[in-house]
Design a protein around this ligand. Structure first.
Ligand SMILES: Nc1ncnc2c1ncn2[C@@H]1O[C@H](COP(=O)(O)OP(=O)(O)OP(=O)(O)O)[C@@H](O)[C@H]1O
Length: 227
């Protein structure tokens, strides 16, 4: 295996049964991403981007092949072990922020850290740093409903990396933002990845953002190919 590989997929298969027929979405998909890399996943709707992110993020089991995270094969592991790896190693960002509406931006970012066992003080300090890093330090006490779409997504990104994961998986993180805001949110995300050495796989329909990433891959006939 190459050095610093964070995620490696080997021969990954994923099929769904639908009305008596089998829908094959991933058919022997191979992919790897290393520390510090940002990779765009650009593919037409329905080709399996979310499926791929779910399998890579240990939210779904592949029907064949291997998912390896930081050198650990994850497929034979118990659900508890998979959950533990997911919580400590993987951060997720979705198109819609899924922030808790009754908590402030700062508290939303503190939440995963408190669950992981950090003290209130430690979690608050790191959440504050991340908000500053995402250039919204002045918005910490605001609830999600009091933030703009771009600010909400920056809080969601900060929350995803609050527990210092090694892999960030994002499904259309700027999909509901206007192009200028999308570009600004991506700037913050990129700075964070560069600074922390995360590996980030980002599904997007935005070709301009995809061009700014280190590599671009697509899904073609159930396989992952560079383009
Ligand atoms: N749990 C499921 N059961 C049956 N079919 C499913 C299931 N999940 C996904 N699919 C099907 O698998 C295909 C790929 O879905 P997926 O959500 O991965 O696509 P996508 O590339 O992310 O699409 P989009 O860009 O529209 O979000 C779709 O045809 C979808 O209907």
């Amino acid at each position: 295996m190459k050095r610093n590989v964070v995620l490696q997929l080997t021969g990954v298969e994923r099929h769904y049964g639908q009305g008596g027929t089998l829908l094959s979405i991933l058919k022997g998909a191979d992919f790897s991403i290393s520390k510090g890399e940002i990779v765009a996943l650009v593919a037409p709707s329905g080709t399996g981007k979310s499926t791929l992110l779910h399998v890579a993020g240990l939210l779904e089991h592949p029907d064949g092949g291997e998912v390896n995270i930081n050198g650990h094969a994850c497929d034979g592991l118990s659900d508890e072990k998979r959950t533990a790896i997911r919580r400590s190693q993987i951060g997720f960002v979705y198109q819609f922020h899924h922030l808790l509406p009754e908590f402030s931006a700062l508290e939303n970012i503190m939440m995963p850290q408190l669950i992981a066992g950090l003290s209130w003080k430690e979690a608050g300090e790191r959440a504050g740093q991340l908000l500053d890093y995402m250039r919204i330090g002045h918005r910490g006490s605001h609830r999600p409903g009091e933030l703009s779409g771009g600010e909400q997504q920056r809080v969601a990104i900060a929350r995803a990396v609050a527990n210092a994961p090694t892999l960030l998986l994002a499904d259309e993180p700027t999909g509901n933002l206007d192009p200028e805001t999308a570009s600004y949110v991506f700037d913050a995300l990129e700075a964070l990845v560069r600074q922390s050495g995360l590996a980030a796989l980002i599904a997007t329909h935005n070709h301009e953002l995809a061009r700014r990433m280190d590599r671009r891959v697509t899904i073609s006939d159930g396989k992952i190919v560079d383009f």
